[in-house]
Every structure is written in structure tokens, then in C-alpha cells.
Design a protein around this ligand. Structure first.
Ligand code: ATP
Ligand code: MG
Ligand code: FE
Length: 342
């Protein structure tokens, strides 16, 4: 079964073709980072317009790379939520129309289910059940996963998502948008013994998170270091390292707590922040110490991409699910409302 996947929920246009026999046939991605960087964040209207410009050229590119045409497809999957309404509409309209033209079924995919299933594209995919840590620009969730569509949300952030916190701290350190990966780079040369940032909510029972306090702590630390002058390169690196350590430590503590609570030993990480090398290494170390295993997507499939949407769409289409002819997007869409596979 060959499925075309389209991702356009935010500021990346991603297109890929997944084949159940041969795996991924082709994958193309266009990031709008350059477009939005001068505004310090994603401008929804500009995002939609850029998806309109880039989507069809990328579709043509993956067909060429895969050496197939629309006539060879068995289905089309597109992200139908959550995300920016206008941006989602671009992928949904294009995907629904192409499926209609080729006479194949179409399916709207939940963006976070896409992230969650991305590790299934790796050589050693995780077996169900497992705990998933979804850490991205808009979400921080711990989910018990018993199968595709069988999701119990065990905890989530009460305020900022982990990726959002990375981006905001990076902005305070005057790093260009989106700063998460750049903050991580800067942290490599930082001295971890200089500052200790708080680990929000770890001393309370439960699996929820809160990252907005870390923002204030970062701001105050910057102000203390700066005094009357400029922040030195050493100060910036030390603050970046302490911030990253606090986020990584907090996420790790809650992951272990979730595994223990549910009596599981498999952990899956997905979403942009799961590309963070320190977080990956820390969780690998903790899981190995408890005789468990950790799974994550290759770094390019941690952030938004078409491959994860093609794969999630394949899982649902193969089970006989498909969308009606109308086009609907769901900018807000709780993941635990998804149907399980029959
Ligand atoms: P969502 O998936 O919740 O809708 P999104 O699609 O914008 O949000 P992703 O593309 O999954 O989010 O991830 C982007 C986020 O990941 C950004 O906040 C970015 O800073 C963060 N990120 C990416 N790489 C790293 C890294 N190495 N370290 C820390 N954060 C990172
Ligand atoms: Mg993005
Ligand atoms: Fe995402």
C-alpha cells in the first residue's frame, strides 16, 4: 500500500510517500524559518500563503524521487489538526482534491499521532504498550499508548510546552528564532556547576509539567549577570546549560514516574525537543539502568515532516478508516478523542 503524506500544520511543508512493502520511498521538506524569523515567531497568514506556494512543487519532487505517479497511490493522508487553521486548510484541500482526482481514499491525520508514530519508521520500532513523551513546540505530554488510537494522557504541561520554553529562553539569550536547537548548541560549552535552575513540579505527585516559571528564572539570572553591562559569552553559555539541564532533568523524572506508575519499561520520545542530544542520552542512560528501552525517531523526523503523516495515515487507511468527501480541519483536537483501530 502506497500512501502520500502531507504536513502543513505550522511552518514546515512536508511531503512523503510511505510504502508498506518498501518503507519510505521519498521525503521532501521545506521550512519557513527564514520567512518568520524577522517577526520572532510564526505569522499565520504568511505561513498559509507559503504552504500554497510550496506544497505542489514538493509533491512533484517526491513523485520524481520515488519514480511513481499519482496513479500508483492507494491513499492520501494530510494533517487535519491540531495547528494553524489556514495552514491546515492548505494541506487538507490539496490532499482531499488529489485523492478525489486519483480515485483513492483520503484521511485526515492528527499531527501529534504523527509525531508519536514517527519512531515506527526506524529499524527497531517499539512494541505496544509503551509510554510516550511528546515534546514539541506546542505540546508536552506523557501518554500511555496501548495501540494506534489507544491513548491515555497521563500528564501534560499546564502552561508553556517544553519547545516553547526552549525558544523563549533562547530569545532572552538573543539567539535567532526558533532558538531551541541553538540554545542546545550554546549549552555544550556551558559550565553546569555555576547555576542551578528549578525543576518545576517534581516534588508534587502527578505527571503534569509547568515550564513558565523557568522563563522568569532565566530572565532574572540574565539580569543578575548583566548588571550594568553586557552579558558575556561565558554567561550566556552557562545560563543555556543550566536551563537545558533543568528541562532535561524535569522531563526525565516525570518519564520514570510514568513508567513506574503504569508498570511499563518501554519509553518512546517524539516531537522537536526529542532531537535534543542531552535529553536523548539522559533517557537512554536512565532506561538502561532500569532494564528498559528508549526509542526515538531519527533527528529529522523529530520535528515536523511528511513521513510521519504518511505513516500514521497508512495505519488508519489500512484498517479501513477514511474521511468523507468534505474538507474539515480541527485546529484544536485532543488526541485521546481519536478512534482506535478496528
Ligand atoms: P506541535 O508539534 O506541538 O504542533 P511544532 O510542530 O511547532 O509543535 P515541532 O516541529 O515538533 O513543534 O518541534 C519544534 C520545537 O522543537 C521547537 O520549539 C524547537 O525549538 C524544538 N527543538 C528542536 N530541536 C531541538 C533541540 N535540539 N533541543 C531543544 N529543542 C529543540
Ligand atoms: Mg515548526
Ligand atoms: Fe509538530
Amino acid at each position: 500500500m502506497k500512501v502520500l503524506g502531507l504536513e502543513s500544520s505550522c511552518d514546515e511543508t512536508g511531503v512523503a510517500i510511505y510504502d508498506s512493502e518498501h518503507g519510505l520511498l521519498a521525503d521532501a521538506l521545506y521550512s519557513q524559518i527564514g520567512l518568520h524569523s524577522e517577526f520572532g515567531g510564526v505569522v499565520p497568514e504568511l505561513a498559509s500563503r507559503d504552504h500554497v506556494r510550496k506544497l505542489l512543487p514538493l509533491v512533484n519532487e517526491v513523485f520524481e524521487k520515488a519514480g511513481i505517479t499519482g496513479a500508483d497511490l492507494d491513499g492520501v493522508a494530510f494533517t487535519s489538526g491540531p495547528g494553524l487553521a489556514g495552514a491546515l486548510m492548505v494541506g487538507a484541500c490539496a490532499g482531499r482534491a488529489m485523492a478525489y482526482a486519483w480515485g483513492v481514499p483520503a484521511i485526515g491525520v492528527h499531527h501529534m499521532e504523527g509525531h508519536l508514530l514517527a519512531p515506527m519508521l526506524e529499524e527497531t520500532p517499539p512494541a505496544f504498550p509503551f509510554i510516550a513523551l511528546l515534546v514539541s513546540g506546542g505540546h508536552t505530554q506523557l501518554v500511555r499508548v496501548d495501540g494506534v488510537g489507544q491513548y491515555a494522557i497521563l500528564g501534560e504541561s499546564l502552561d508553556d510546552a517544553a519547545g516553547e520554553a526552549f525558544d523563549k529562553a533562547a530569545k532572552m539569550l538573543e539567539l535567532p528564532y526558533p532558538g531551541g536547537p541553538q540554545l542546545a548548541k550554546l549549552a555544550e560549552s556551558g559550565d553546569l556547576s555555576r547555576f542551578t535552575f528549578p525543576r518545576p513540579m517534581v516534588n508534587r505527585p502527578g505527571l503534569d509539567f509547568s515550564f513558565s516559571g523557568l522563563k522568569t528564572f532565566t530572565l532574572n539570572t540574565i539580569a543578575d549577570c548583566r548588571g550594568e553591562g553586557e552579558l558575556s559569552a561565558v554567561d550566556r553559555a552557562d545560563i543555556a546549560a543550566a536551563f537545558q539541564e533543568a528541562v532535561v532533568d524535569t522531563l526525565s523524572i516525570k518519564c520514570l514516574r510514568a513508567l513506574k506508575q503504569e508498570g511499563l519499561t518501554r519509553l518512546v520520545m517524539a516531537g522537536g525537543v526529542s532531537a535534543n542530544r542531552v535529553l536523548r542520552a539522559r533517557l537512554a542512560e536512565k532506561l538502561s539502568a532500569m532494564g528498559g528501552e528508549v526509542y526515538y525517531p531519527r533527528p529529522e523526523y523529530c520535528t515536523d515532516n511528511g513521513a510521519m503523516i504518511a505513516y500514521a495515515g497508512f495505519c488508519r487507511l489500512q484498517a479501513g478508516q477514511q474521511d468523507e468527501l468534505g474538507i474539515a480541519v480541527r485546529p484544536r483536537w485532543p488526541m485521546d478523542q481519536l478512534p482506535a483501530l478496528a
